[in-house]
Design a protein around this ligand. Structure first.
Ligand code: ATP
Ligand code: MG
Length: 255
């Protein structure tokens, strides 16, 4: 890890970069994951690097959807494994749902390294892709799934998802809950519920919400008025407002 002083104004952001770089060094995260992280950072900057009300709204809906699922599954890629292994494990515990490794770039042994990384952090079990069953509508390596995991899931939690697979999962009739800082990505638009927030902030809040709801009879909570599109619109409006705000600030400073 680099030696970032805690007083550095971008301390948190730099700490996350360190985690992603460490993930690459450990063979967990793909080098392509670094680029995806950079895209996420840019959007995080635009939303203010805090959890906004549109994310809180989505987190509540996601908790309801995941709790009412018959067979929820948590899909894990190299970025989330490096950034939030404890959060993923806690989510699996509160939902009593399996974790399943599913990645796009399968450099040597990376799937196995992600599995071992999660086990080392305390996961009780981690499902792996198999050639026994495949997802339809997708040609990449991500079609290989586990028969007791993503294949039979009714709701899949897939943070930092790729648009192609999100579309395939939806076409197969599965609900998809994602976390994606870019409200314009194909994933954000196609998912059933998109939490526009950094996964490192959203995951602990999601676990907390699930615990709160499960203590208070979930059957009362419903999703009938939830619109992913409307929530994404709020995120976009927030981004454009913050853009105008920054512009005004610059003009005031210049003037
Ligand atoms: P899509 O395939 O859905 O159109 P994309 O091709 O732009 O998206 P991918 O590389 O497939 O992007 O997926 C990575 C997504 O994850 C990006 O939208 C990026 O903004 C987002 N992202 C990266 N890091 C984080 C993070 N820490 N928390 C939440 N989202 C993140
Ligand atoms: Mg993509």
């Amino acid at each position: 890890m680099s030696d970032v002083p805690k007083t550095h104004p971008r301390y948190l952001s730099l700490t996350l970069r360190d985690k992603i770089v460490a993930g690459v060094e450990q063979g967990i995260t793909s080098t392509h994951g670094l680029i995806a992280h950079g895209r996420g950072e840019a959007f995080d900057y635009l939303i203010g690097e805090t959890t906004q009300p549109f994310a809180i709204e989505a987190i509540y809906a996601a908790a309801v959807m995941l709790l009412s699922a018959e067979h929820p599954v948590i899909s894990v890629n190299g970025n989330v494994a490096a950034l939030v292994p404890e959060g993923l494990i806690e989510l699996a515990q509160v939902l009593n749902a399996p974790l399943e490794v599913n990645i796009f770039h399968t450099e040597t042994g990376r799937e196995q390294k992600i599995r071992e990384h999660l086990l080392k952090h305390g996961a009780s079990d981690v499902l792996m892709p198999t050639t026994e069953v495949q997802l339809s509508y997708i040609d990449s390596n991500r079609k290989f799934v586990h028969p007791d995991g993503i294949f039979k899931a009714d709701v899949v939690f897939v943070p930092l998802e790729d648009g192609d697979r999100c579309e395939a999962l939806r076409k197969m009739g599965k609900e998809v809950v994602t976390v994606d800082l870019n409200p314009m990505s194909r994933t954000a638009k196609q998912a059933s519920i998109t939490i526009v927030d950094n996964v490192v902030r959203a995951l602990p809040l999601l676990c907390e919400e699930i615990q709160k709801l499960s203590a208070h009879h979930t059957e009362e909570a419903t999703l009938k008025d939830y619109s992913n599109e409307a929530v994404l619109q709020k995120a976009l409006q927030h981004i454009s407002r913050s853009g105008n705000g920054n512009q005004r600030k610059r003009e005031t400073q210049q003037g």
